[in-house]
Design a protein around this ligand. Structure first.
Ligand SMILES: C[S@@+](CC[C@H](N)C(=O)[O-])C[C@H]1O[C@@H](n2cnc3c(N)ncnc32)[C@H](O)[C@@H]1O
Length: 202
């Protein structure tokens, strides 16, 4: 079930996204809880704010934190987009949605909307996002083409995708992007790739 957003349409039965398995890429609950604990330590050592400024999140933007996990980045993203902007925090794991909901309530982040993805379907409207970032998660995605198609669908034609490799070699990430036919690579840093959506070909 998609959570907390009144305008998000249900996927149309029979479409490609509706056919995707809803459990795709979902890790066991225990693993998610252990990961969340580890991230508390990680976020103290390396606070997430600097990266979000660096990738270009600005006031008024609609951004999507895809594979948000326990929500390490939501507070900073919420502050950067401000009251006129929106942060959609998407994950396939219910515990991620719970954690982000809890964090948002506790911190009063009215512009953060947690969403439970069904497989490779976020349920977000087409072309909603100025910027999508998917951090430390691409290595977990089994069907990377279906995933990149969904990110393309939700990104504005002049929008941006920031993707990092997670725990896979750069060449695998680069190949997945280029072979997908959905993205061009505009820039690469040691941390991530900055990508632009390719126009759809009929
Ligand atoms: C290692 S965590 C990283 C969380 C966060 N991006 C960060 O850097 O702190 C990866 C997260 O991606 C989520 N994930 C994996 N595959 C996904 C998919 N296909 N769609 C949405 N979320 C996914 C996992 O459930 C997990 O919460």
């Amino acid at each position: 079930m998609h959570q907390l957003h009144k305008d998000i349409p249900e996927p149309v039965p029979g479409t490609e996204t509706a056919r995707n398995t809803e459990q795709a890429d979902r890790m066991p609950d225990l693993y998610f809880r252990l990961m969340s604990l580890a991230f508390r330590v990680r976020d103290r050592i390396r606070p997430p704010g600097r990266l979000l400024v660096e990738i270009g999140i600005r006031e008024g933007m609609t951004v999507v934190d895809y594979g948000c996990g326990p929500g390490s980045y939501v507070k900073e993203a919420s502050g950067l987009v401000g009251a006129a902007g929106t942060v959609y925090a998407v994950d396939v794991h219910e515990l991620a949605v719970e954690a982000v909901s809890h964090r948002s309530r506790k911190e009063g982040l009215a512009n953060v909307i947690p969403i439970l993805a069904k497989g490779y379907d976020s349920g977000l409207p087409d072309a909603v996002a100025d910027l999508v970032y998917a951090l430390d998660m691409f290595h977990m995605v089994e069907n990377q083409k279906a995933f990149l198609a969904e990110l393309h669908r939700i990104t504005k034609p002049d929008g941006t995708l920031i993707l990092d490799d997670g725990h896979q070699p750069r060449e695998k990430t680069r190949r997945a992007l280029l072979d997908s036919g959905f993205w061009s690579i505009e820039e690469e840093t040691t941390d991530h790739l900055r990508c632009r959506p390719l126009a759809a070909v009929d």
